[in-house]
Design a protein around this ligand. Structure first.
Ligand code: FAD
Ligand code: NAD
Length: 455
């Protein structure tokens, strides 16, 4: 029986463990903080739970337009919200532990180091021992980047892992970094009623994302009272009395009650014996992998954020599953980054699938695109939805759908139709012909497809 040792219990690790066990392998998974990993304990699950409350408040605030009288005292009790956040995260971790246990996976609570291609050294409370295996999967994730001049103290200067200790809505939250993490938290605290300043080092928020979506969300942020500071790079963050002062590289300062650092992530690949064992890392410290998750050392695989391929829980899980299928001789489809869907949980949400405009331009393929504002959609009008659009890209001449962007409420759900189209190669006509409910926001997906119909 093949024995696989997995380091890290996030989606990259635990999904791989479940697949490997199903395929008949003996599996030992080593996790230092709790199964579910950062995804469940500090990143994805907690942030989306917080955002669920923020979204509800945002909806309530705009309900006057729909004829609802709302008392002026509707507010979130952040202590209760964060208690729920942590309870849900712990429950999710326990669910995963139960599934691993039921699948026969051995979970060791400890820290692992790679010794060589077939063994890992595990340090637990009981001591240190070596686990011998036939293959190893590294799924160690990443941790928040901080700066020497902006040290988190867990009270006022915070990483995204520390915000759930807050008991009261911050008076003025300064979010530094306008990538996906920064934009999501800025949107969440704005919805929860905090004054929010978003410090963006680039000339626009969400620099890596669809330009039209980023422009729209910046407009919404500003409309909702957020201060968005473009081309503003943080140099230092300091405590000052009951608050914080953020100093920018051009000397300007911003004062607030709290500061959230959303400066990106650093892979957990240091002090793990990787380079000594011959595992090649790139300049950023990420493990180099191919499309079936192999590293430079035969028998050593890697999945998830430690590879830096695309930092998404869904991608981590897929890389982990692919690694185990490859190792254990099951059919393998290499990772296809051209079909991935993802969602930014701002209000409104931004969901994307398939090729981005930049990828289309770089690949020099002949693609036609159309963008349809949701404001013209009957259901959107009924629901008081003013911001959003559906963008569809397809091969020229009414060909296969290659990409899409949906901005709107629950875009994460709406985008699935486009994801099916991209992954199965549906043409615009096939998308247009599928019935949609009237009235529905998904009607705009079909309408966008109709606009790309060619005789
Ligand atoms: C705020 C935030 C929100 C996010 N929201 C989303 C979202 O909505 N959707 C989405 O798809 N993605 C989201 N992401 C990205 C997602 O969280 C990551 O892509 C995902 O966590 C990667 O999973 P992983 O298995 O690679 O690593 P992780 O989930 O980080 O798990 C790695 C585990 O390895 C353990 N570990 C590390 N080193 C060792 C060692 N030496 N020994 C033992 N154990 C070790 C760590 O303790 C950790 O538990 C979000 C990220 C952030 C920061
Ligand atoms: N909903 C989701 O799926 C979700 C949510 C959060 C994160 N993620 C994933 O995690 C990954 C990382 O995203 P992220 O936003 O944490 O990191 P990021 O690296 O994408 O963004 C960090 C931003 O901080 C800026 N920055 C760095 N130093 C700065 C400074 N001194 N002053 C001002 N700005 C500064 C950078 O220019 C960058 O724009 C992404 O791949 C993302 O997709 C996904």
């Amino acid at each position: 029986m093949t024995h696989v040792a997995i380091v890290g219990g996030g989606p990259g690790g635990y999904e791989a463990a479940l697949v490997a066990a199903r395929l008949g392998a003996k599996v030992t998974l080593v996790e230092r903080d709790g199964v579910g990993g950062s995804t469940v304990l500090t990143d994805c699950v907690p942030s989306k739970t917080l955002i669920a409350t923020s979204d509800l408040l945002t909806e309530v605030e705009s309900s006057a337009e729909l004829g609802v009288e709302v008392p002026s005292t509707v507010r979130a009790d952040l202590a209760a919200v964060n208690h729920r956040v942590m309870r849900l995260a712990a429950a999710q971790s326990e669910d995963i532990a139960t599934r691993l246990d039921a699948s026969g996976v051995t979970v060791l609570d400890g820290r692992a180091r790679l010794v060589d291609a077939t063994s890992v050294e595990v340090t637990t409370e009981e001591g240190t021992r070596v686990v011998d295996a036939d293959a190893v999967l590294l799924a160690t994730g990443a941790h928040p980047r901080v700066s020497p001049d902006a040290q988190p103290d867990g009270e006022r200067i915070l990483t995204w892992e520390q915000v759930y200790a807050l008991r009261e809505i911050p008076r003025h939250m300064i979010v530094v970094g306008s990538g996906v993490t920064g934009a999501e938290f800025a949107s969440a605290y704005n919805g929860l009623g905090a004054e929010v300043t978003l410090v963006s080092s680039r000339d626009r928020v969400l620099p890596g994302e669809d330009e039209d979506a980023a422009a729209l969300i910046e407009e919404v942020f500003t409309e909702r009272g957020m201060t968005v500071m473009g081309t503003s790079r943080m140099a230092a963050v300091e405590r000052s009395g009951d608050g914080v002062v953020v100093t920018l590289t051009d000397g300007r300062t911003v004062e607030g009650s709290h500061c959230l650092l959303a400066l990106g992530s650093i892979p957990n690949t240091q002090d793990m014996g990787l380079e000594e064992a011959g595992v090649v890392l790139d300049d950023g410290g990420f493990v180099r992998v191919d499309r079936v998750s192999r590293t430079s050392v035969p028998g050593v695989y890697a999945a998830g954020d430690c590879t830096g391929v695309l930092m998404l829980a869904s991608v981590a899980a897929q890389q982990g599953r692919i690694a185990m299928s490859h190792l254990l001789g099951d059919a393998v489809l290499p990772l296809d980054l051209q079909k991935i869907s993802s969602n930014i949980f701002t209000s409104p949400e931004i969901a994307t699938v398939g090729l981005s405009q930049r990828q289309i331009d770089e690949a020099e393929i002949h693609v036609e695109s159309t963008m349809l504002p949701l404001a013209a959609n009957a259901r959107a009008k009924m629901q008081g939805v003013h911001h959003g659009f559906v963008k569809l890209s397809a091969r020229a001449g009414g060909g296969g759908v290659v990409g899409g962007v949906v901005v709107g409420p629950r875009a994460s759900e709406l985008v699935h139709a486009l994801s099916l189209a991209v992954s199965t190669g549906l043409t615009v006509d096939q998308v247009a012909e599928a019935f949609t409910v009237y009235p529905s926001l998904s009607g705009s997906v079909a309408e966008a497809a109709r606009r790309l119909h060619r005789l």
